[in-house]
Design a protein. Sequence first.
Length: 107
Amino acid sequence: MKNKQKLLAIIPAFNEEGSVGKVVEDVKKYLPQADALVVNDGSNDLTSEKAEAGGAIVLNLPFNLGIGGAMQAGYQYANHKGYDIAIQVDGDGQHDPRKRFLSFSRR
């Protein structure tokens, strides 16, 4: 029997209302065993709402920390919640999920 590891896709996003919903959808489609966490990095648009509507867990930062700060917040969340693996998927849709998740989808 395979050991099921908890997997988290951390999606840092700053003003990505136009793409974050599709990114969350792709994570859920191509990596269904993962939870999707959108770290809303102080956006002043509808990033948070679009991410929630797509079914993501949303961590709202009070102001923009940049990619490093957003990822640190995501890793802290993963550690606190007991995830075994955390991967980064940018909120602007630049990562092709079929290639990005190939090694994880075979587990």
